[in-house]
Design a protein around this ligand. Sequence first.
Ligand code: NAI
Ligand code: MG
Length: 354
Amino acid sequence: MAHKIAIIPGDGIGAEVMNEAMKVLNVLENHYSLDMNYDVFDWNSDYYMKHQRMLPEDGLEKLKHYDAILFGAIGDNRVPDDVTVWELIMPIRKAFQQYVNFRPVKQLKGIESPLDNSHRGQIDFVIMRENSEGEYSDSGGLMFQNQEKEMAIQNSIFTKQGINNIAGFAFDYATKHHYSKVTSATKSNAITHTMKFWDREVGKIADAYRDIDYEKIYVDALAAKFVQQPEEFQVVLASNLFGDILSDLGSAVAGGLGISPSANINPSGAFPSMFEPVHGSAPDIAGKGSANPIAQVWSLALLLEHLGKEDLHDHILQAIEELLSDKTKVTKDIGGTASTSETGDELVKILRDN
Ligand code: NAI
Ligand code: MG
């Protein structure tokens, strides 16, 4: 049966790079017998300006019936960033229990890393970030407003279930993909309630996976190690905030935002998972035709892998690596001279000819 996916291009370069991902989708349908139906949803800042909301009242209900969601990026100076994030992205992640944010940190052949002269070996690891609770909760508020003693409180909420879910997923993933080590980011020396709880619960899960080495590293030291010895890592497990920061660092180390994909996964399969580039809508380059579409296309590859099409995932990654061997065919952010659509067309050509 055909898979059904929902496509949300979003704002700015989100829509531009999505165009290229859709070209790739078409070539897979025509030349690799991929059977896929998709619908495109215009839920972005224009939609907000018309309707005063980011998605219709039954938006989540509509999305629920798809096998997966391919998302571009959102953000526009007409709508506050916390509105676009909390009214569109967060509701999808939370309603569909996408408690895993998965980001491969892999230096592709042909991509330069700012660390190239200082480290040995290949940068190739994955980050598993808790995606539904922790430091990103809406609990807290301002107290003693407009007084000298005014203060703000933001609570972190860690549940046993939440920690067990993400840690269990990370160790299962390591086992399935033949990794031998999981590294947990912590800060239990300074954050004494939530992070000690994190350590305890992750430690219990680690005990159940005897074949996988487990290490915990304070997140500040871990950040330094991402730069000094990135080849040491295999699976990195982190809370919502630590994972957010580490994954942007990982992306920078492996070659930049233009080529970094991510997945928001609902492991039970009860609801759709969502695949999106790490980058945002990049208003500074929107409309210039210079956005790199690779992160979006790689996100599509992760979507296909999630739907059991590992072969198509591998074809896409091979095509990306082939493309990277010729600098005239990639965008400026990774040292090339091509436009967004030229890059997409070139990828399509490679996929068609392979
Ligand atoms: P950003 O990721 O949009 O841009 C950061 C820098 O990277 C910019 O200089 C941009 O030109 C460059 N860049 C990003 N993607 C690129 C690509 N594909 N090719 C070439 N260069 C690329 O992050 P920023 O500037 O912090 O945020 C801009 C807007 O995007 C804000 O409204 C923000 O809220 C939103 N945003 C949305 C996200 C999402 O939809 N999931 C994620 C991050 C930010
Ligand atoms: Mg981020």
